[in-house]
Ligand binder design. Sequence first.
Ligand code: FES
Length: 142
Amino acid sequence: MKSSKVQVKVFKFTPLRDRAPRFDVYTIDRSGMIRVSDLLEYIYQNLDRNLAFRKISMCRFGVCSGCRVRINGHPKLSCLTPLDNATEFVIEPVAGYQIVRDLVVDFSKPVKQPAPSDGTAEINVEDDAQHDRESSLAEAIE
Ligand code: FES
């Protein structure tokens, strides 16, 4: 029988306040949810009003790239990443940029970013840099 629960580990870090990043863990009923962006919205609306992620003025259709995060170690658009049958998601900010707070980075400030504190996912700056190049190319083509 398919589990209706999904475990979500969300990267949390406020640079000016926290000594180190952490992961907050939520177990959520996935009923009615389709994409990873739905999980983030649910967490924000029901469990953690302090969670920082980009959601205002976002397209939700893979156009603006504003919802870009790392999902299970890979850079992806949360609005286009389906939950499918996965039972666990690790959601982190994209690597290679200064963290503003939690999942929000400043894309104008590239940095060499350390790996997350718990080691659940290695940050591969090359992956994200490649993703950025592909996104830029896609934007240029449109
Ligand atoms: S919200 Fe625009 S690409 Fe995901």
